[in-house]
Design a protein around this ligand. Structure first.
Ligand SMILES: C[S@@+](CC[C@H](N)C(=O)[O-])C[C@H]1O[C@@H](n2cnc3c(N)ncnc32)[C@H](O)[C@@H]1O
Length: 481
């Protein structure tokens, strides 16, 4: 068995046990785990949790940084390395496989995590190459001993022999013959996702590089100022943030933990992507036939960001919102998020909620692949599978059909996804129009002042154009007989 394939020794065992064939040069320095760089140790541990337990890096990392009390410099480095390596995994793996002369699935996972971190530093950061290699070798030596450290040392030295562009020239598909494949390699995304984006862009497929690059940019935090409680101007003043360009409730903050901001702790504001704010607002602006009697429904409500914004807007007019969520702990999150608002939470399947029909306005913010918010969830692009789409589309169609059944004649349903995949967006909407005879409204008119919304009638937001998640939305009105 090669060093690279040797099963990981359980953590907690002392380093220095039998390591089998040792192909590495003799090493005299044996760092202990505690002596190894805390930022890189944290990054390695998060990548391991993502790989072994399907954990979410953006949940595990902040908890781990708090628990280990990393200072702000180490915390920033750990964050950059973890998220950067998680996002770039496809490119890093191709380079590592070439440098190691074997497929990455033949490399022990614990070593692969460190190789990904090391390769990321070598190719995509200004960390000095000797530091990138030495710290990676130290991580492995402290845990597994010199044999495996020698393997990591050799592979990373080979990785460092070329720049990122040189590796792309060597390994990426030819840009003339396979332009989408080339871009998917250069701006690391699975090919099927790059193809789905190109399809959704249609005539604007020339923007694909910008779409993919936007997923790699560090997202800034968007806050929503709760209507009727605080204005965006006041929130920007209190937080030192910038007023968002499109939603009247949005404030952007570049730095800091939003959970520590007083308006967030007091429930006057919350973290919410500006695109999500536009979705909730669009529902409230849609023209009904007949009077709005103030019966609103959010059919897929968890964790409750849009339900809370709808609730706050409903409260201004003395209206009320029902919120449906089948997953108990997510229903709890809705209750928490929308506390003090006229929002009633129902734990139920939206396809068969048992609610009384006759709603004026319904939001179907359907479960989806989430391909529109990959920048916020670093590892998710590598976890999603194209096979996921068909099951989600079936559920999306059923939920939209159920919502139309709950609308009163002249009422409006707003269908939205945090995905631009056309099977989840325009195809679901066309199916509903065909099957249920609803009228498609020009959704662009429900986002006043927002530019570049395409040909309609649905709206596709794009991160590279609008700075929001790539939300899709379409407003459908039930005809009056
Ligand atoms: C995209 S999320 C909604 C996000 C939410 N609107 C917000 O702004 O916080 C989709 C939600 O639909 C829920 N869901 C899944 N299956 C459902 C079903 N059959 N009926 C209703 N909701 C469902 C999921 O649990 C998830 O909480």
């Amino acid at each position: 068995m090669s060093e690279a394939r040797r099963p990981a020794r359980r953590s907690g065992q002392k380093p220095g046990g039998h390591t089998g064939r040792n192909t590495a040069p003799r090493q005299t320095r044996r760092p202990t785990q505690s002596a190894v760089d805390p930022a890189r140790t944290a990054a390695r541990d998060v990548l391991r949790a993502v790989r072994e337990r399907d954990a979410y890096a953006n949940l595990v990392l902040p908890a781990l940084l708090r628990e280990r009390k990393l200072d702000s410099r180490d915390a920033a480095l750990a964050t950059e390395l973890t998220y950067g390596a998680a996002r770039a995994q496809g490119l890093l793996d191709a380079v590592i496989a070439d440098a190691a002369n074997r497929p990455v699935d033949e490399i022990d996972g614990s070593l692969l995590d460190v190789l990904r971190l090391g390769a990321y530093q070598l190719l995509r950061t200004r960390v000095a190459p000797h530091a990138a290699v030495a710290t990676s070798v130290d991580l492995v030596r402290a845990e597994f001993g010199s044999g495996r450290a020698g393997f990591v040392n050799a592979v990373l030295r080979r990785v460092g022999e070329r720049t990122e562009d040189e590796w792309i020239d060597r390994l990426a598909p030819d840009p003339e013959r396979d332009p989408v494949g080339h871009l998917a390699f250069r701006y690391p995304h699975p090919l099927w996702i790059a193809q789905a984006f190109a399809h959704a862009l249609g005539a604007d497929a020339g923007e694909l590089a910008e779409v993919l690059a936007a997923d790699d940019a560090r997202p800034i935090v968007h806050l929503v100022a709760r209507p009727g409680v605080i204005t965006a101007e006041e929130l920007a003043l209190v937080t030192g943030g910038e007023i968002g360009p499109w939603s009247p409730y949005a404030v952007h903050i570049e730095h800091g933990d939003p959970g520590r901001l007083e308006p967030v702790r007091e429930g006057m504001a919350a973290v919410q992507d500006e695109g999500s704010q536009l979705v909730a607002r669009a529902l409230t602006l849609a023209p009904l036939i007949g009077e709005d009697k103030g019966r609103w429904l959010d059919l897929c409500a968890g964790p409750g960001g849009k339900a809370a914004l709808l609730g706050a807007l409903a409260a201004l007019d003395g209206f009320a919102v029902d919120a449906v969520e089948p997953v108990e702990h997510r229903a709890d999150l809705v209750r928490k998020t929308a506390r003090d608002l006229p929002v009633t939470v129902h734990v139920a399947d939206g396809r068969d909620s048992g609610l009384e029909p006759g709603y004026d306005r319904i939001l179907v913010d359907a479960p989806c692949t989430g391909l529109g918010s990959l920048r916020r969830r670093p590892e998710s692009r590598w976890r999603r599978r194209p096979e996921d789409v068909a099951d989600l589309v079936k559920l999306q169609k059923e939920l939209l059909g159920a919502a139309i059944g709950l609308l009163r004649p002249g009422g409006v349903v707003l269908y939205s996804t945090c995905s631009p995949h056309v099977s989840e967006t325009v195809a679901v909407v066309s199916d509903a129009v065909r099957r249920h005879g609803v009228e498609q409204l020009d959704t662009r008119e429900l986002l006043p002042g927002v530019p570049k919304l395409g040909d309609g009638p649905g709206v596709q937001l794009w991160t590279h154009r609008h700075g929001t998640d790539a939300m899709f939305m379409a407003a459908l009105r039930k005809p009056v007989e």
